[in-house]
Design a binder for this molecule. Structure first.
Ligand SMILES: Cc1cc2nc3c(=O)[nH]c(=O)nc-3n(C[C@H](O)[C@H](O)[C@H](O)COP(=O)(O)O)c2cc1C
Length: 221
């Protein structure tokens, strides 16, 4: 009887042991399944990232009356994927650090980029100088001076841009602030013209094509 009880106790112990080890095997199997699918998913993600996704582009612009902002958005339409458009006033250091390609855009006022863009360049040069970058300007004399304005912009930065562009902007006398109105009235009066010349040179197609060129360039980087 004692022997039977002992045997029974031993069997019980054995069966509880086998239940524990079965449990452990199951947990191990679940763990392996989970980690292998996670690893596979991670590899898939990295693969698709390297094959299809454009490196992150950050377009930083300054704009007083909105035309440079509009052109920045059209350029982004041409780039299409993985592109962020930000005004210089809300661009953070982390945006600059995360970007793989930076495009800076400024309107031209009195033959120069804006003061805001100048300050931005001085303050943030460590973040974009070691990355590929591009430049564009928006102005009223793009057809004669566009290239010169964008080349001056590049000199100001002191490093070679991967791509440069210039675009015609817009000028509506009725939306100008007092200071700008006075400045332009004087400018035109000195040239024998009594009214500020109004114009709209905006060209969406040209801006989108510029964006597409940037996209091509990114695949070669
Ligand atoms: C006060 C003032 C000065 C300007 N100076 C120049 C200039 O020197 N050269 C030029 O090509 N365009 C000049 N422009 C035209 C602007 O560059 C053009 O209107 C541009 O589209 C403005 O961009 P924004 O709307 O993004 O501010 C001037 C415009 C204003 C109002």
């Amino acid at each position: 009887m004692k022997m039977r009880l002992l045997r029974f106790a031993r069997n019980d112990h054995c069966s509880s042991l086998s239940i524990t080890s079965q449990g452990l095997i199951l947990i191990l199997l679940f763990f392996l399944l989970f980690t292998s699918s996670t690893i596979a998913e991670t590899l898939d993600f990295l693969n698709s990232y390297s094959q299809n996704i454009t490196p992150q582009v950050l377009i930083i612009y300054d704009s007083v009356y909105g035309s440079t902002e509009l052109i920045a958005k059209w350029i982004a339409e041409g780039i299409k994927d993985n592109v962020i458009v930000k005004n210089i006033n809300i661009t953070k250091e982390s945006d600059l650090r995360d970007a793989h390609f930076i495009l800076l855009g400024s309107p031209i006022y009195e033959a120069d980029v804006t003061e805001g863009m100048r300050d931005f360049i001085i303050k943030n040069s460590p973040y974009y100088k070691d990355k590929p970058f591009g430049l564009f300007v928006v102005c009223g004399t793009h057809y004669v001076h566009g290239q010169r304005w964008v080349d001056n912009f590049e000199k100001l930065i002191g490093a070679k841009a991967k791509i440069k562009g210039y675009f015609g902007g817009i000028l509506k006398p009725e939306i100008l602030n007092k200071e700008d109105k006075k400045l332009l009235e004087t400018y035109w009066r000195e040239r024998g013209i009594s009214n500020i010349k109004e114009y709209n040179y905006l060209n969406k197609g040209k801006a989108v094509s510029f964006g597409k060129k940037i996209k091509e360039l990114l695949s070669e980087l």
